[in-house]
Design a binder for this molecule. Structure first.
Ligand code: ADP
Ligand code: MG
Length: 317
């Protein structure tokens, strides 16, 4: 099967999305931006064996490749519109490609996101780059910078589940409902698009959690030029996670684990207003810290100072 056959068979669907003058098939996609909007562009690359286990189901790989990018869009408070896919394949296996494309379109269709182009090549290992272009009302994108001393720090959903799920996938714990739940949080992360759009009106700063709560919150604080405190006892942990392990281990996954794709943000709005936003977006929002003057991120556990040494995921060490 050559490159063109792969594109035709697996990726060149009738584009259902709006704002497409020319989709797959020409030298470039021709897109129609909405009036009074800024465009947001994100790209994330998944390398086989590094960002996902080679044995992961191809549909899960396709789903994740889109979902991790959607999460960046969610963190900007934007609406996903168009996507391109750069695919490097070590082998051309129809069963793999079929599953991969199914997972990819499943994640895209949940948000009316259209695949409008890409690139297909052969290489030593499977590398998947997805780019998404989104839009947001002019000047309204949420940024990492903007947190103010006095803001509360919030997170959506629960944290630590996906990292625990990946660790279980790799160690092969016997299956149970709790185990399956955690694995699914890794294989099928739900990007918080609705929550991101909903909090955009009140958040001063936001980031999505891909490298671990501690490391990502540190990035937000650094970008904002402020300090923060994080109360470990307030970190929302799922019952599935705490059923399976001691709280100390659950907290380690939550702080350093990564792959959560929840949103962390700061705001000074009333707590009941924030709870309402969570309810309308279908996700719990939990307060777990405070923005302070200065720099750095300090942890407390039940009010006592807690010396946490972060080992969050970094690409080059
Ligand atoms: P070019 O040589 O001009 O870069 P290609 O022959 O590589 O174009 O690609 C042909 C068309 O197929 C282009 O519109 C390109 O965007 C699209 N395309 C290539 N690979 C993919 C892919 N994996 N998914 C979606 N569209 C793709
Ligand atoms: Mg060309």
């Amino acid at each position: 099967m050559d490159e063109f056959e792969i594109i035709r068979r697996y990726f060149a669907r009738e584009s259902s999305g709006e704002g497409i003058r020319v989709g797959i098939g020409d030298d470039g996609a021709v897109l129609i931006p909405s009036r009074d909007c800024d465009l947001i562009s994100v790209v994330d690359t998944l390398v086989s064996g590094i960002h996902f286990p080679e044995t992961l189901a191809p549909a899960d790989i396709g789903y994740r490749a889109v979902a991790v990018n959607l999460s960046d869009i969610a963190a900007m408070g934007a609406r996903p519109r168009w996507m391109t896919l750069a695919l490097t394949l070590a082998n051309v296996e129809p069963v793999w490609l079929d599953g991969f494309a199914r997972g990819l379109f499943e994640a895209a269709d949940e948000h009316a996101l259209a695949l409008v182009g890409g690139d297909t090549t052969r290489g030593e290992q499977t590398v998947i780059s997805v780019q998404i272009i989104a839009d947001v009302d002019t000047g309204k994108a949420m940024l990492r910078a903007g947190a103010q001393p006095g803001d509360a720090i919030y997170v959506t959903g629960t944290v630590g589940d996906a990292a625990a799920g990946l660790s279980i996938l790799q160690s092969g714990l016997p299956r149970s409902d709790d185990v399956d739940y955690l694995i699914r949080q890794f294989t099928r992360p739900a990007a918080r698009i609705e929550a991101g759009a909903a909090i955009a009106s009140i958040a001063h700063a936001a980031i999505d959690l891909s490298d671990g709560l501690y490391a990502d919150l540190e990035k937000l604080l650094l970008a904002s030029g402020v300090a923060g405190s994080l109360e470990l006892a307030d970190i929302p942990l799922s019952s599935q996670l705490t059923n399976l392990m001691h709280e100390d281990d659950a907290l380690r996954f939550a702080l350093a684990g990564g792959d959560d794709y929840e949103l962390c943000f700061t705001a000074s709005a009333a707590e009941d207003k924030i709870a309402d936003i969570g309810e309308s977006a279908g996700v719990a929002i939990t307060r777990l810290g405070q923005v302070l003057e200065g720099s750095g991120l300090k942890c407390t556990r039940n009010g006592d100072e807690y010396d946490y040494q972060d080992a969050g995921y970094r690409h080059f060490n």
